[in-house]
Write a protein that binds this ligand. Structure first.
Ligand SMILES: Nc1nc2c(ncn2[C@@H]2O[C@H](COP(=O)(O)OP(=O)(O)OP(=O)(O)O)[C@@H](O)[C@H]2O)c(=O)[nH]1
Ligand SMILES: [Mg+2]
Length: 376
């Protein structure tokens, strides 16, 4: 221990000895060799990536570039958000004409199996298919239900397919934005069929309905009793109801369920103007009924394009997206406002105690919010 140094925080004026000393760090590497000047290739992170380069590669069909773009879109970091918006500005005018299809159904209905079989069918026909998932559970737990059990391995291997698991973290609003922007990125990369899977738990279905052209409900046999109540809301969102697992001994029952659905659908308001929602049967496992379903979707698109309903819906969706983002941004700005944060807890307590009326509390909060303009 010959080379002992006095720590720099000691007073150099004072002469006394210090018991605390340190050894200088090694200048060579741990193996005793001198450091070389060899150039190291470090992985650039997304923040450093050249947006124009990603955009050019993505439009050329490069999947790695598309994945990078989506990672940027899904990132919660502020500078990534800005980069993603810059990227989207390039991509937006380059999106190919596409059909966006939403698929919902209770857990176990066979959504993943269906998407894999349907996706492969379309890829074989020459379409480029992108599969996205909206999973509300991932916004709460950070985990994901969708994609865990069935990884769609065969579809994932197909050169015409691109599969992206659901974005996790953040609010439902955040997931909304990320999914919509991912759709744009996929379309700019030439994917002309978008399959968006969501699990059947209410809120996320309405969200997905609001971003797709065609919305499909995957159902199972023996659903007759359920039809009476809770499903009605979802049925009214659907452009087609598909009774899956119509195979083996289940075929007869599936056909019967299909008829029951058709009877009820007759009395419901259609989800799309000028389109009668109908029920069909299929077997995702055996691949039956899938081609017929694709014909139905094409017919839907043709009819909608002819009547203008297709474009009208997309315009409406853009408009809704604009307003939902405004609302989200306003809400964040409000609750992040330092003054609001400061006075909200006590106001909330007063409201609960009954000392202050809710409307007065809200007025005070808005006064605080508007007085010191926060950064939006
Ligand atoms: N017999 C039969 N079984 C099927 C069919 N489609 C799916 N299954 C089976 O049903 C089970 C559930 O299928 P999934 O595709 O994982 O269902 P899911 O709707 O994606 O389920 P979650 O991801 O949990 O919401 C699996 O064991 C599939 O093999 C079908 O057409 N026929
Ligand atoms: Mg699944």
């Amino acid at each position: 221990m010959g080379d002992q140094n006095r720590p720099e925080w000691t007073d150099p004026e004072k002469e006394e000895n210090f018991t605390t000393t340190y050894m200088p760090g090694l200048k060579s590497k741990h193996d005793g060799m001198e450091q070389t000047n060899r150039k190291r290739f470090q992985k650039k992170d997304n923040a450093e990536l050249d947006i124009q380069e990603i955009a050019a590669k993505l439009v050329g069909g490069n999947r790695i570039a598309l994945s990078k773009a989506i990672t940027l879109i899904e990132s919660n970091a502020k500078d990534h958000y800005q980069k993603a918006q810059e990227l989207l500005t390039y991509l937006l005018p380059l999106a190919v004409p596409s059909i966006r299809i939403g698929i919902t159904g209770v857990p176990g209905a066979g959504k993943s199996t269906f998407i894999e079989a349907f996706g492969i069918l379309l890829c074989e026909m020459g379409y480029k298919v992108a599969v996205l998932a909206v999973d509300p559970s991932s916004t709460v737990t950070g985990g994901s239900i969708l994609g865990d059990k069935t990884r769609m391995e065969n579809l994932a291997r197909h050169p015409n397919a691109f599969i992206r698991p659901s974005p996790s973290g953040g609010t439902l609003g955040g997931v909304h934005r990320k999914t919509r922007e991912t759709v744009i990125a996929c379309e700019a990369a030439g994917y002309d069929v978008l399959l968006i899977e969501t699990v059947g738990v209410g809120q996320s279905e309405v969200m997905v309905r609001g971003m797709v052209d065609f919305f499909m409900l995957l159902a199972l046999t023996g659903a007759g009793d359920e039809l009476q109540g809770m499903k009605k809301g979802i049925m009214e969102l659907a452009d087609a109801i598909v009774i899956n697992k119509a195979d083996g001994e289940n075929v007869t029952l599936a056909r019967k369920t299909c008829r029951e659905y058709n009877q009820i659908l007759h009395f419901l308001l259609p989800a799309t103007k000028g389109w009668q929602t109908r029920a069909f049967t299929c077997s995702a496992l055996h691949g039956t009924g899938l081609e017929a379903l694709w014909s139905v979707i094409q017919k839907f698109k043709e009819k909608g394009e002819e009547s203008g309903v297709f474009t009208e819906r997309r315009h409406l969706q853009e408009k809704e997206w604009l307003y939902s983002m405004i609302r989200e941004k306003l809400e964040n700005a409000f609750f992040d406002h330092p003054g609001v944060k400061r006075i909200l807890p006590s106001l909330q307590a007063s409201v609960i105690k009954g000392d202050v009326p809710v409307s007065k509390a809200v007025d005070s909060l808005f006064q605080e919010f508007q007085q010191n303009k926060p950064e939006v």
